[in-house]
Design a protein around this ligand. Structure first.
Ligand SMILES: C[S@@+](CC[C@H](N)C(=O)[O-])C[C@H]1O[C@@H](n2cnc3c(N)ncnc32)[C@H](O)[C@@H]1O
Length: 216
């Protein structure tokens, strides 16, 4: 297990916006319906294969990696996030169940790995926390560290939910969160250089799961 020094931008929005609320983030997610079923759906789309090396970029408190590590598939997992407090929680959580994850304190825009390091990458609800000016560069950075043919599953809030209630929820959340680029997630993935970009699923209408691939 490693716990690296910060790389990349020093300012970031913490998981629950205020650093003091980070210990409550998992509880908050469970209360608003972003608990295990939501994350299992991401893992279903990620479809990790045995021995693959997978990075969760913007891993926060490590909930997704905890579920991934507790599944029957044995993978080599890396969790990256600029937030030291969230990473410390994630590390403790995974250590307490004896799981070996590599933790890296880094922004998505500067991942401290050579090109073609990963078979797959995933990022959940982190995109809108990235400073707007770094978002495209962050997607390009994920592309850089993927192996040719590697896949990226990105999920975040989207404005075009089928139900009016979910669309209203998105508009209200936009008052609190910097969601202005979330209407063009697919376009930005393509602009960053991903191929085969598509919306592969939704969760409760308001969260979109997107996939892109690095060309062979
Ligand atoms: C809402 S939380 C999501 C955490 C986790 N992925 C999940 O699904 O619970 C957003 C995360 O994005 C991280 N973040 C903020 N800026 C970032 C950046 N530039 N690069 C990568 N992650 C970032 C935050 O530290 C936080 O952990």
């Amino acid at each position: 297990m490693s716990y690296n020094r910060p790389m990349g931008g020093s300012s970031h929005i913490p998981p629950a916006h205020f650093s003091s609320l980070t210990p409550l983030y998992d509880l908050f997610c469970a209360l608003i319906g972003l608990g295990k079923p939501f994350r299992r759906e991401i893992l279903r789309h990620l479809a990790a294969e045995p021995d693959e090396r997978v990075i969760d970029a913007g891993c926060g408190t490590g909930e997704l990696l905890r579920l991934l590590e507790s599944s029957s598939v044995s993978i080599k997992a890396v969790g990256a996030d600029p937030d030291g407090k969230a990473l410390a929680l994630a590390r403790r959580k995974l250590e307490s169940v004896g799981r070996d994850v590599e933790w890296v304190q880094a922004s998505m825009s500067r991942l401290p790995f050579p090109e073609a390091s990963f078979d797959a990458a995933v990022s959940t609800l982190a995109f809108h926390h990235i400073p707007a000016e770094d978002r495209l560069a962050s997607l390009r950075e994920v592309l850089r560290v993927l192996k040719p043919g590697g896949r990226f599953v990105l999920c975040d809030l989207v404005p075009d939910a089928p139900s009016a209630a979910a669309r209203l929820a998105f508009r209200l959340l936009s008052l609190l969160e910097p969601l202005q680029d979330n209407a063009r997630l697919a376009g930005m993935l393509a602009e960053a250089g991903f191929s085969e970009v598509s919306l592969i699923g939704r969760y409760r209408g308001i969260i979109g799961y997107f996939q892109g691939r690095k060309r062979n």
